[in-house]
Design a protein around this ligand. Sequence first.
Ligand SMILES: C[S@@+](CC[C@H](N)C(=O)[O-])C[C@H]1O[C@@H](n2cnc3c(N)ncnc32)[C@H](O)[C@@H]1O
Length: 148
Amino acid sequence: MRSKLADAYYIRFTHQAGFEVSSTTRYTGTMEACILATRDWTAGEIVQYCSGAIVDLTKEDDAKLKSEGRDFSVMVSTRKKCTCLFLGPARFMNHDCDANCEFMTPQNSTISFKVQRDIRRGEEMTVYYGDHYFGSDNCECRCLSCER
Ligand SMILES: C[S@@+](CC[C@H](N)C(=O)[O-])C[C@H]1O[C@@H](n2cnc3c(N)ncnc32)[C@H](O)[C@@H]1O
């Protein structure tokens, strides 16, 4: 019999989660991950199973990941005032300048998302990373909202 912990893990990959990790070429021109809604979502709902852990990085860790080109999951936390590594399915949420989800930090080292406006099944679920994540004023951003 599976443990409750295993169930809590597997549910993220079932229809019940309300999202799936899919693929897109929108952001870099090569295949990478994105989060797609597998049902309609209503503003205010919590995307409970698209969660992740945040690990604080030292300056050395940060520099090493950058130099190896492995900083794709690194964010600057304005609240914690340091760089952090995102782990878990939450790390696959891409940035949009008019995102349909927002970050929630229910516990110090865990993130999940709250739906900001209604999302239709099949739509990409996105979050706003920050004002200058993709260059000054996000001038290098490749999100759908910028394209429009
Ligand atoms: C936290 S990861 C998101 C998941 C990522 N697509 C992957 O497969 O690992 C952040 C990376 O996704 C890409 N990305 C996400 N949103 C983007 C955007 N609006 N414009 C350009 N690149 C974006 C960039 O490569 C960025 O470093």
